[in-house]
Ligand binder design. Structure first.
Ligand code: SER
Length: 326
């Protein structure tokens, strides 16, 4: 029986992963954990964990006889630039604490399977931007991206040297409606829906033509659970897998929104996040993920926009007024 610990359960991925895992493995087998005192999303089993506290981490894993850990606690790209040392410490030591715990438990005959998220931020300005290959130049410029690249190397190291069963995905920008935008460069593509549904013009911090790889949350969750369920012998990558969803830029996204909400408008006020976005790929080659664990994205831009407009929560009175006007 799987007993699964999700660290960072109040975050963007964690909030949705806990629900999906609960459906698959049973609510009682999913232990949601985060640094704040309570679950923001109604998890049945919740523990307060600071991933920088290895003693507490080991105690929770022992107590619940955990078999899998998803370590999702991190600072994202834009927030990380505000506090680089904090981002480095959280992102690196958080991962190292989990890997060390998995190593020790493995040696004691109690193996832990680990999931850790990497990102398109692990690439940089000298990476080929179109159809970015699995293996290529990686020269990240943000502290977040540097921590992701170093983290990928650590994952592969712990697998090669200690046999730790760690798996990872280089997520594109993830778009979702359950949690608020969380300090990422790709989060313009979430904030834009909130503005659209409030009836506001959206001030975009990226230029209109800034194409980035993105993925809609249901696809991201499906990819994550599928990778974790794949027999270890099928996996050829122990750093992190390229996974493609779809690619678009702010102008294309705004146009797709305007097809549903004709009143919607966007204007552009690029800030320091533009430079970060410009250093990242525009599209990804995910051939290896397709081959190793049958990955294939399903959700296109039209479906994504329709679903986001239906589900993003803003003040209902404003939305009703807006819909009546449209
Ligand atoms: N979505 C993340 C960010 O923009 C990238 O992994 O920081």
């Amino acid at each position: 029986m799987e007993r699964i610990l999700v660290i960072g359960a109040n975050g963007q991925i964690g909030s949705e992963l806990v629900e999906a895992l609960a459906t698959q493995y049973g609510e009682g087998n999913i232990i949601a954990a985060d640094i704040s005192p309570r679950s923001l999303y109604g998890a049945k089993v919740y523990e307060v964990i600071d991933v920088l506290d290895p003693v507490r981490l080991a105690a929770v894993v022992q107590h619940y006889k955990i078999t899998q850990v998803y370590q999702l606690a991190a600072l994202l790209s834009a927030t990380g630039e505000q506090a680089p040392l904090k981002a480095w410490t959280l992102n690196m030591d958080g991962l190292l604490n989990i890997l060390e715990l998995a190593r020790l438990r493995g040696e004691a005959g109690k193996p832990l399977k680990i999931f850790w998220p990497s990102s398109i931020a692990a690439f940089g300005p000298n990476t080929p931007a179109q159809n970015t290959p699995q293996f290529t130049v990686m020269d990240p410029t943000t502290i977040y991206g540097i921590s992701k690249l170093a983290g990928e190397r650590l994952c592969e190291y712990y697998f090669q040297k200690y046999g730790v069963d760690v798996r990872s995905i280089r997520y594109p920008g993830i778009i979702s409606y359950k949690s608020p935008p969380g300090g990422g460069t790709t989060d313009y593509a979430i904030a834009i829906f909130h503005a659209a549904l409030r009836g506001e013009s959206y001030s975009c911090f990226l230029k209109a033509e800034t194409t980035l790889p993105m993925i809609y949350m249901p696809d991201a969750i499906r990819a994550t659970i599928a990778l974790m369920a794949t027999p270890a012998a099928q996996l050829s990558i122990r750093s992190s897998y390229n996974v493609a969803g779809l690619s678009f830029n702010p102008r294309e996204l705004a146009q797709a929104i305007a097809q549903k909400l004709p009143e919607f408008s966007i204007h552009y006020a690029p800030d320091s996040r533009q430079e970060i976005a410009a250093s990242w790929p525009q599209s990804l080659d995910d051939t290896v993920a397709r081959k190793d664990w049958n990955w294939k994205a399903e959700i296109d831009l039209q479906q994504l926009v329709k679903d986001m407009l239906k589900n993003v929560q803003v003040d209902k009175t404003e939305v009703a007024t807006l819909n009546a006007a449209a």
